[in-house]
Design a protein around this ligand. Structure first.
Ligand code: SF4
Length: 411
């Protein structure tokens, strides 16, 4: 294993491509909550990168469009007007206000504005102090988001419901649908998938669950810790990518509940899936994969690729916190230029990432697969078949080989 600069903090002056705390808070965690208006208190630039990272998000996102005069004289009045207008126009279940570097530096009190707007309208208005400079990367924004949304959970009394869980740290709607079905099969009800299918009401009800299942600790373990401290709800870190991970996770869940039909569900699913997966094995066998994702997918996907007979030859993350134990290259906080050089050297058969680096990989004529699975989920048994199918179809597409023959997509 070769590890280049993994886990180091961003230094002032770094040409880093890491997301800021605002991105971690708004886009990664809060952005999926349904029927909420997201109000970024900033010049328009901070809201530029709104939803393209999370394609299945349908919420409204606005900015207060702070200009020079607002920066000199303060933007609290402008923010309050914007919140009231958003509530009048869209009747949301809540308004989320996000602080940014400029409005934090001038000292706008977004918490006071949120309280005033909430008192005036009776609608929850939650303010997140997630200015970009506050953390070394987007990770600090996750924490701010967890803390802010925990205030919704605190609203009302706990009424414990038997055989219920929350899935915490799953942000893909299709994955959450698959997992909710799978949990239904074993006899468990999912109260809230935080935040892939979250609404304000579902978040409020999270305190009623018997167990929290943390799927991405980087983004959401803090919420599980807060809930354990306040309500005594235990949490367990699990993942459902790949057959082995999925079976182990189901057995682990059965340790917390009585009378689940885990054994039966695993047996039923394994009996059909192995046959279907074998169909793709001749395309996938021995192919070399390079993963460029957040820590959750980067690390959790090593095993599923191996189950398909493939070899992960490298992993790149933007703010990785742990070094996986595998025989390949691990690199963190890399620029596009560095990624291009690495890919030229490693020359994998396929790159798995999200849309941010799609065009770079296309230009190199390397088969590219969007691991976010915008149209289909990759969790659970059902999702693993989607995964094998999508990776197989990507590798099998003649397009890449034609592009290579003609010198790449950029000619
Ligand atoms: S770093 Fe600051 S200025 Fe840049 S997008 Fe984030 S909040 Fe806005």
């Amino acid at each position: 294993m070769v590890s280049l600069e993994s886990c180091f903090e961003t230094k002032a002056g770094d040409f880093t491509e890491r997301g800021c705390s605002l991105l971690g808070c708004r886009v990664v965690v809060c952005g999926q909550v349904k029927n909420v208006v997201h109000l970024v208190h900033s010049p328009i630039g901070c809201a530029y990168y709104s939803w393209d990272y999370r394609m299945d998000t349908k919420g409204y996102c606005f900015t207060t469009d702070m200009n020079e005069i607002d920066i000199v004289f303060g933007g609290e009045n402008k923010l309050l007007k914007a919140v009231l207008l958003a509530i009048e126009e869209f009747s949301p279940d809540a308004v989320f206000i996000y602080e940014t570097c400029s409005t934090s530096i001038i000292g706008d009190d977004i918490q006071a504005v949120a309280k005033k707007a909430s008192d005036l309208t009776g609608i929850p208005v939650i303010a997140f102090n997630c200015a970009g400079f506050r953390g070394k990367s987007q990770n600090f924004g996750h924490r701010i988001a967890n803390l802010g949304l925990f205030n919704i959970i605190l609203d009302g009394e706990r009424k414990e419901m038997v055989n219920t869980v929350n899935l915490i740290g799953d942000f893909n709607k299709k994955d959450s649908e698959i997992l909710e079905r799978l949990f239904g099969e074993i006899g468990i009800k999912v109260i809230c998938t935080f935040t892939a299918n979250a609404t304000i009401d579902k978040i409020r009800d999270m305190k009623n669950a018997e167990l929290n299942i943390v799927m991405c600790s980087k983004s959401s373990i803090f919420l599980a810790e807060l809930m354990e401290e306040k309500y005594g709800i235990p949490y367990v870190e699990l993942n459902f990518f790949g057959l082995d991970n999925c079976c182990k996770s189901l057995y682990k869940i059965s340790e917390y509940f009585n009378n689940l039909n885990v054994e039966e569900v695993i047996h039923e699913n394994m009996s059909w899936i192995k046959m279907k997966i074998d169909k793709y094995k001749n395309i996938l066998e021995d192919k070399r994969v390079f993963i460029c994702h957040g820590a959750q997918r980067a690390i959790y996907w090593i095993k599923p690729f191996e189950e398909l007979g493939m070899k992960v030859v490298g992993i790149a993350t933007h703010f990785g916190g742990e070094i996986p134990n595998f025989d390949g290259l691990v690199v963190d906080n890399l620029s596009s230029d560095e990624l291009e050089k690495i890919l030229e050297k490693v020359r994998p058969d396929i790159v798995v990432s999200d849309d941010k680096i799609r065009h770079l990989v296309h230009k190199m004529s390397i088969p590219f697969f969007n691991g976010r699975g915008q149209n289909r989920g990759y969790s659970g048994f059902e999702g693993f078949l989607n995964f094998a199918k999508d990776v197989g179809e990507t590798l099998n597409a003649k397009l890449w080989y034609l592009a290579r023959d003609f010198g790449g997509f950029n000619v």
